[in-house]
Design a protein. Sequence first.
Length: 163
Amino acid sequence: MYVFDTSTLIHMFRFYYRDRFPSLWENFDKYISFGEIISVREAFNEIISASEKEDLIAWANLHKTDVFLTPTEEEMEFVSEIFKNKHYQQLISNNAILNGKSQADPFIIASAKIKSACIVTLDGFTPSGEIKEHAPKIAFISKCLNVDCCNFEQFMAREDWKF
C-alpha cells in the first residue's frame, strides 16, 4: 500500500498528462480501485485550497472518499507523538499555523506508519533521489521513524512500471 503526498499528486497532474501517459494513469487508477494507493483528508484540503490545476481538483473531488481517508484514532495519536520532537514540529510552518492552512505531512507519515505502507512524496529528496539528511521534511522524518518512503520515480521502479 502507498500513501501519496500532495506534492506527488501535484507533480503527476503537472507533468504526466492523461492523454500523453495513458498507461501510467491506467495503472494508477487500478491501484486506487484495489485500495493500494491512498492519501489523507488533509492532502485533499491542501489540493482544494492551493491548487490551480482544475483537473487535479476535479480528480480529488471524484476520489474524496476512496483515496482521501479520514485519520483513525491511532493515526491521530501518532501525529501527537511526531510533534513531541521539536525538530519535527517544523513540518508545519508558522505561516500555515497563523493562516489556518491545511498541513498533510504529519498525517501522511502517521497513515503510512499505522498502515505499514510506503509514503510517496517529493518532499525531502534530492534530485538524485537521496534523502536530505536532517531536513524537517517527510522523507527524513519517515526515515527516523522507520516509515518506508520513496519518491515518485522510486515508486514506479518498485512497481516495475515502464512506459
